[in-house]
Design a protein around this ligand. Sequence first.
Ligand code: 8X3
Length: 257
Amino acid sequence: MQKLDGKTALITGASAGIGKETALALAREGCRVILTGRRAERLEKTGMQIKEMYHDDFYILIFDIRNKEEVKNAFERLPENWREIDILISNAGMARGVNKMQDANPKDWDEMIDTNIKGLLYVTYAVLPGMVKRNRGDIVHLGSIAGHEVYPGGNIYCATKHAVNAIEKGLRIDLADTPIRVSSVDPGMVETEFSEVRLGDKEKAKAVYAGMTPLTGRDIAETIVFILSRPAHVQIAEIVIFPTDQASAMVTHRRNA
Ligand code: 8X3
């Protein structure tokens, strides 16, 4: 098993959900953590929680992942002692809408593509050259079952997660002659703010998980800790993870339903 103690981990979208739980879990394992996102107040809350529970070795970096220049400038602002990033958790991602393509608002497509694909690439590009130079590092992408299947209302969101799947595979090829590992965690239903953002409605979001027990952000965070703590010769490529009540994107067992 590899110790994560003392490693520097950067987590995108660390203010809530899977990102926040992953930041907490990595801090618990002794990582120094860089918390990134758009919302300073919420990132500070994550930071305070880390301080109360584990240590105060965290750094908050604010940027909008969709803006290439902003991402570049933010990484240039990183203090010297935070620049050697050992672990990148590309978690930031979102879905907007469940309309058929003919009824959709193309603005939603831009937002998903800019966040889930282009944003992920901008951050990877900011971190990767340093990892290659130091000849060490771990990259974990948050994919989705939507990167393996396409379901009604999923169209463009599924396309972005299929892209994440291809990017992760391509990156593994590009880094095959280095010790840098590339992994992906691809969950089914996880209860976070995801469905509320997608559907724009708290009640509708609640109904997505009605009668079943979804995964939690913590379940995913512990899976990431497992991936990162494997011995150096073990590269977990992909983990597809469902709630026990779910069998595929389209098959969910609901009690009383
Ligand atoms: C989130 C899971 O099933 O809504 O990526 O696509 S799903």
